[in-house]
Ligand binder design. Sequence first.
Ligand SMILES: Cc1cc2nc3c(=O)[nH]c(=O)nc-3n(C[C@H](O)[C@H](O)[C@H](O)COP(=O)(O)O)c2cc1C
Length: 148
Amino acid sequence: MKAVVLYDSNYGNTKTIAETISGALNGMAAKAVPVASFNAQELHAGDLLVVGSPINGWRPTARITEALSVLGADQLRGVKAAAFDTRLHIFIHGDAAKKISKSLQEHGAEIIAPPQAFYVQKSEGPLDVGEGAKASQWADSLLKELAD
Ligand SMILES: Cc1cc2nc3c(=O)[nH]c(=O)nc-3n(C[C@H](O)[C@H](O)[C@H](O)COP(=O)(O)O)c2cc1C
């Protein structure tokens, strides 16, 4: 059983969270994969796919949306999955993680955790203090879901 943490990132903040999650998935062969290098053929039933994107214009980046939209209807059947986004503290921030979760489910994945948000202080970052620890804890919660 392996884990792929697929991400897109303009300024490196989502990449940092993706790498933290990947590093905290102890006991699994886990890697953080930039969207340009994603190969869905690598994923098999029982594997974990975590997908993260910055919110850009109230939605995931076009690259993440495209990478998921080209998957076959049933391509993620048996794959466990979860999604996260990075976002600003603004009143109307929109959403990426929820949209990604929906797309993962539409392609057959089993969603094992609610969509998770991580916060940046400004568009370019940095991440809020404590978001790294929050990412590790979230990864732990994913491991617990997988063990149940
Ligand atoms: C073109 C653009 C559009 C953005 N739109 C939103 C948005 O709709 N909601 C939001 O909360 N943040 C928005 N942001 C801020 C991003 O969420 C922030 O840049 C991102 O979390 C940083 O992560 P990254 O370093 O991985 O790109 C936007 C940023 C850019 C550059």
